[in-house]
Ligand binder design. Structure first.
Ligand code: NDP
Length: 337
């Protein structure tokens, strides 16, 4: 059993030194447990924060502990009445080949499901995040302008496409022309802008002639700076993530723009609301899954994955995710189907 453990806490961007690949025996399941073989491991931006020893909505990974992560696995041995050998499950085995689990947090997946890995993306936590953030906090109405950052990742791509289903004009923000072309041509966004462009703020102004009614915030930083002056009265901001700052070691040494932010929020009566998907909305996951399955079947939602082969390559794929080198939902194929 190979497993990636946290060797040390990163200062800034994580490096290979922060991880250690260990080998150990495969443990047999006890009464009431199952033994799981990992097939797919999900890599997600939140993992960067779990590497820090700072108070957050979830406890940090301890030094020497296996890195956390959602997984799609197959049951290889079962001592649990509800699970049989060969069952597919969504769980949280983390960055390792095998794990035992007591069944409490396992969700059985349909054996016939065509892409089991989708349970980690569009049909799972990231898709659910897009759905609740946009519909519950964003409250989209037909004809409104929605701006979505990290537009080709699993959260942003889904949020933007739901925005289209609800009749919004959708402007994506992504890194590079290839991602932007994909957002317009495949995801059906009205526009998509490259945040690396020197005149990005001017391009955003041109792309949003009616201002911005909803900004789905995934990144923060200079994208938010460009969005702020364009927000309309009564705009909504689902504050989902701030990935541009996850590798920061301190608050940037810039002029204090909080007074400008507060003034804009007040005068324009803007609703800015953070949320943590499972804590805030876990009870609504079934509603999401039913709706999303229909949308996928009807061709309303497209989904793209970037699959990295081999558990040994998980850290590199994770570094790339934090830098925008990924193009689609990052999944590691740990073992054969
Ligand atoms: P993505 O696959 O979208 O990966 C992150 C993307 O962020 C990168 O691909 C890159 O895209 C973009 N990015 C990275 N650095 C910067 C930067 N400096 N400026 C602008 N963009 C940058 O990840 P997810 O879809 O999984 O997650 C998107 C966001 O949602 C994250 O912030 C994540 O933490 C958050 N999230 C929040 C949840 C919640 O409960 N609140 C739950 C799940 C996710 P590009 O190259 O296009 O710039």
């Amino acid at each position: 059993n190979r497993r990636w453990v946290l060797a040390s806490r990163p200062h800034g961007a994580p490096t290979m030194e922060n991880f250690r690949l260990e080998e150990g025996d495969i443990v047999s399941p006890e009464e009431g447990e199952v033994l799981l073989r990992t097939v797919y491991l999900s890599l997600d931006p939140y993992m960067r924060q779990r590497m820090n020893d700072a108070p957050s909505y979830s406890p940090p990974v301890n030094i020497g502990e296996v890195m956390v992560g959602a997984t799609v696995s197959q049951v290889v041995k079962s001592q649990h009445p509800d699970f049989a050998e060969g069952d597919w499950v969504l769980g949280g085995s983390g960055w390792q080949d095998y794990a035992t689990a007591n069944g409490e947090k396992l969700v059985k997946l349909d054996k016939e499901m065509p892409n089991h890995s989708w349970a980690l993306g569009v049909l799972g936590m990231p898709g659910f995040t897009a759905y609740m953030g946009l519909l519950d906090i964003g409250q989209p109405k037909a004809g409104e302008t929605l701006v979505v950052a990290a537009a080709t990742g699993p959260v942003g791509a889904t949020a933007g496409q739901i925005g289209k289903i609800k009749g919004c004009r959708v402007v994506g923000v992504a890194g590079g022309s290839e991602k932007c072309r994909y957002a317009e041509e495949v995801l059906g966004f009205d526009r998509c802008l490259d945040h690396h462009a020197d005149d990005f703020a001017d391009q955003l102004t041109d792309a949003c002639p009616q201002g911005i009614d909803i900004y789905f915030e995934n990144v923060g930083g200079k994208v938010f700076d460009a969005v702020l002056p364009l927000l309309n009265t009564s705009a909504r901001i689902p504050l989902c993530g701030l990935v541009s700052a996850y590798n920061s070691t301190n608050i940037p040494d810039k002029p204090d723009r909080i007074p400008l932010l507060m003034d804009t929020l007040l005068k324009k009566r803007i609703r800015l609301q953070g949320f943590i998907i499972m804590q805030d909305y876990g009870h609504r996951i079934h509603e999401f899954q039913q709706e999303m399955k229909k949308w996928i079947q009807n061709g309303n939602i497209n989904y793209r994955e970037q699959v990295t082969e081999g558990l040994e390559n998980a850290p590199e794929a994770f570094f790339g995710l934090l830098e925008g080198k990924n193009f689609g939902k990052v999944v590691v194929q740990v073992g054969p189907q």
